[in-house]
Design a protein around this ligand. Structure first.
Ligand code: ADP
Length: 504
């Protein structure tokens, strides 16, 4: 029950993700008072194509917001502002006059533009693009998706050149609809995932626009993460609210985890794992296949981040459950892993969809190595959980090497984690042991949505500055490393060998 007397302000976060759309009303301290959620369906019209219905994204957003607001009806709550966070890179184009989209949302996972990307790679553009955007040339990012829509919807290219069309990632699309078509803007983190935005000059880049053949008339204005994004149109929620913050999902989680100092890392362990390291105000290009991206821009200060992903994290547990039938549910993995004292030299390299940084072997496939006659189910389950620690160490070492920030080597290194997998204490302890640093779980488990709320709170002066936010950040659980160096290094050397067997 809410004690509304104790609450001065509340903040509404819209979290539009790949598989669900949520609205969460947070107190200024981060307690999630009301949550509404709608599952979102992915469509696969052809092999490698992944789409979503834009009207469903919009109607779901409206529904979750309206229902959270209805929930607050009997309480004296002042909503200070709205923050938006979203699945990144997913691409939409609509008509500026009617607001109607030209095509479905092309989701980040969509691979239809592989050939267009290969052409640019073969033509030698990788270096220029990395230097301007921090990214690799890949269908994942928005640019080739935009060009695909312009080339495949009859008349679209001419309409785009005439200024009749608007492009947006999901943040921009929702903002447009929420403001009744008044505001066409994105934030710098979402812009930095399009392959069109130069993150060193902080501008859309004419050379990149020419390269991807995209007219500039289609682009949104780019704003800092804390900014006046406009007002919701009154007919949606009865009154108007200020939209005061926006950020892509991983960036919002970096903010929600209060990773405001260079060297701080957040990692979200869900189906896959996404890690971002704040590297401060200087841009560096990765030598280990990490991406460089804008972490956030608040005021005039831009903090960059290195981003790496582990393609398969929690998905390996689903595989053990669904494909091998070794588990009844994900939770059981922990007791089974603890039933043995070690993995008996069994390693599980869960490269079902390739290996990410620092290996970058998209065509590698998974392996279980070191099996002997004594190996049994518990060793395999344990090895699958331990793989989370090994993969984390791979990623974090790459981040430290690229950034030159080696605080994970010293006693100040801390990894802040969230996502569905962190309820598993065995996994968290093993990650702490493998990276030899403390692993922290936040009291506010919804880091991504909380990050969006925080941004809106900064814009509406609920918070004065980032220090106030980070001093409010509280830890619900802390895992301290407890493995000795000899054992740690021996286990990790075994992992490196196992990886060699799949990347050869
Ligand atoms: P996503 O946002 O990617 O859908 P979630 O953050 O909801 O993912 O996390 C779901 C993942 O976490 C699943 O892959 C599941 O296997 C894993 N998971 C959930 N509970 C546990 C557990 N107790 N131990 C290990 N893995 C778990």
């Amino acid at each position: 029950m809410i004690n509304s007397n104790a609450m001065r302000y509340a903040l509404l976060a819209i979290d539009q993700g790949t598989t669900s759309t949520r609205a969460i009303l947070f107190s200024e301290k981060g307690e999630p008072f009301f949550i509404r959620q709608k599952e979102l369906v992915l469509q696969y019209p052809q092999k490698g194509w992944v789409e979503q219905d834009p009207e469903t994204i919009w109607q779901d957003t409206l529904w979750v917001c309206q229902n959270v607001l209805k929930d607050t009806q009997h309480y004296a709550i002042t909503i200070a502002g709205i923050g938006i966070t979203n699945q990144r890179e997913t691409t939409l184009i609509w008509d500026r006059t009617t607001g109607k989209t030209l095509y479905n949302a092309i989701v980040w996972q969509d691979r239809r533009t592989v050939e267009a990307c290969s052409k640019l790679i073969n033509a030698g553009y990788s270096k220029t693009i990395a230097e301007k955007t921090g990214l690799l040339i890949d269908p994942y990012f928005s640019a080739t998706k935009i060009a695909w829509i312009l080339d495949h919807v009859p008349g679209a290219r001419v309409r785009a050149q005439n200024g009749d069309l608007a492009f947006g990632t999901v943040d921009t699309f929702l903002l447009w609809r929420l403001t009744g078509g008044k505001v066409h803007a994105t934030d710098v983190t979402n812009a930095s995932r399009t392959l069109l935005y130069n993150i060193t000059t902080n501008q859309w880049d004419d050379e990149l626009l020419a390269l991807f053949d995209i007219p500039s008339a289609i682009l949104p204005e780019v704003k800092a993460n804390v900014a006046d994004y406009g007002q919701t149109t009154p007919n949606l929620f009865g009154v108007s609210y200020t939209i005061g913050g926006m950020a892509g999902d991983q960036h919002a989680a970096l903010i929600g985890q209060s990773c405001f100092e260079p060297g701080m890392i957040k990692a979200t362990y869900g189906t896959g794992c996404f890690a971002l390291m704040n590297i401060g105000t200087d841009f560096v290009i990765s030598k280990n296949k990490l991406l460089t991206t804008v972490g956030y821009r608040i005021g005039n200060e831009t903090h960059y981040a290195l981003e790496g992903s582990i393609f398969t994290a929690g998905a390996v547990i689903q595989w053990l459950r669904d494909n091998l039938g070794l588990l009844v549910d994900a939770k059981q993995s922990e007791s089974i892993a603890r039933s043995v004292s070690d993995s008996n030299e069994v390693y599980f390299v869960p490269a079902f969809t390739g290996l990410g940084a620092p290996y970058w072997k998209p065509f590698a496939r998974a392996a279980i190595t070191g099996l002997s006659r004594e190996s049994h189910k518990a060793h395999i389950v344990r090895a699958a959980l331990e793989a989370q620690g090994y993969q984390s160490r791979d990623l974090i070492e790459a981040m430290m090497t690229d950034s030159g920030i080696r605080n994970m080597d010293s006693s100040n290194g801390v990894l802040r984690v969230d996502g569905g997998m962190v309820v598993n204490a065995f996994v968290c302890q093993f990650i702490a042991d493998m990276i030899n640093q403390t692993v922290e779980i936040p009291a506010v488990s919804e880091s991504t949505a909380w990050g969006a709320a925080v941004l809106a709170g900064l814009q509406s002066n609920v918070y004065e500055n980032l220090s106030e936010i980070s001093s409010n950040w509280t830890c619900s659980h802390r895992y301290k490393p407890s493995m000795d160096a000899i054992e740690r290094d021996a286990l990790y050397a075994g992992w490196k060998n196992a990886v060699l067997s799949v990347v050869r």
